[in-house]
Design a protein around this ligand. Structure first.
Ligand SMILES: Nc1ncnc2c1ncn2[C@@H]1O[C@H](COP(=O)(O)OP(=O)(O)OP(=O)(O)O)[C@@H](O)[C@H]1O
Length: 255
């Protein structure tokens, strides 16, 4: 079985008396799309913060491609291919969409032409050609989320952490999002970890789903296994109307 590209080992985080994460272990393999779900306050964002280096865990280790990166900065991690998006978007609003993608690659010295080429290819893949010269600050939320994903892809990632990427998106935008995520995993062998409250979207897209509850891993398995797990139903899915959102369809041809 393929080795993990990113691992959280026995991770614990406390906020005063609140145990946000406790003994959390999670491994991601290259080319897989893994969903991370759980009720509000389960610890999903805290785990993302620890994986991306924004927050230091009180306990445990983070391992990237076999190397312990627990003490590495977020910038170091990003430059070694570990990228994330945020629940609250963090685009450069005063820059155009294209420039947001160019800035993401600027730390790489070398030919500007190849950076522009890469930006153009990712804009196209994400269906953002018509928005390329628009200021990122003025975009509606669904489009801004897609730009954030495009920015995370501009410098090819090995691991992509997506925090609620579908929130605020239309059905068409969600379909495009699903197709870009799939392509990123399958064609570029990138590992994707997806936090998303839209459970139907997660179940459709993810080959594996991890459920967090009260800071601990409650269950892990295929979408089918997770749906059938009574503990998950009690803690989370029982409160969700999974039939409300239709599964993502492939994007229309030529978009
Ligand atoms: N900066 C903080 N200070 C104190 N407590 C925090 C802080 N950040 C998170 N927590 C607490 O840690 C726990 C986990 O929060 P976290 O935001 O990681 O959950 P989540 O699963 O991402 O929730 P949501 O689905 O609402 O985004 C919660 O009890 C939360 O109140």
């Amino acid at each position: 079985m393929t080795a993990f590209v990113l691992e959280a080992r026995d991770v614990g985080v406390r906020f005063g008396g609140v145990r946000a994460l406790h003994g959390v272990g999670l491994g991601l393999r290259p080319g897989e799309v893994c969903g991370l779900i759980g009720p509000n306050g389960a610890g999903k964002t805290t785990l993302f913060d620890v994986l991306s280096g924004i927050r230091r865990a009180d306990e445990g280790r983070i391992v990237l491609a076999g190397a312990d990166i627990t003490r590495r900065s977020p910038v170091w991690r990003a430059r070694h291919g570990l990228r994330r998006t945020f629940q609250r978007q963090q685009l450069f609003g005063q820059l155009t969409v294209r420039d947001n993608l160019l800035v993401a690659q600027e730390w790489r010295r070398g030919a500007a032409a190849s950076r522009r080429e890469r930006a153009a290819a990712v804009l196209h893949e994400c269906g953002l050609d018509p928005l390329a010269e628009r200021y990122a600050g003025g975009l509606p939320v669904g489009q801004a989320r897609m730009v954030e994903l495009a920015r995370a892809l501009a410098d090819p990632p090995r691991v992509l952490l997506l925090d609620e990427p579908a929130s605020g998106m239309s059905a068409d935008e969600r379909a495009r999002l699903a197709s870009v995520i799939r392509h990123t995993a399958e064609e570029r062998n990138c590992a994707v970890l997806l936090v998303e409250h839209n459970v139907a979207f997660v179940m459709e897209l993810c080959s594996r789903v991890v459920v967090l509850d009260l800071g601990e891993v409650l269950a892990e398995g295929t979408a089918q296994e997770i749906r059938a797990d009574p503990r998950v139903a009690a803690a989370y899915l029982g409160t969700q109307d999974v039939s409300r959102t239709p599964p993502a369809a492939p994007p229309a041809a030529g978009r």
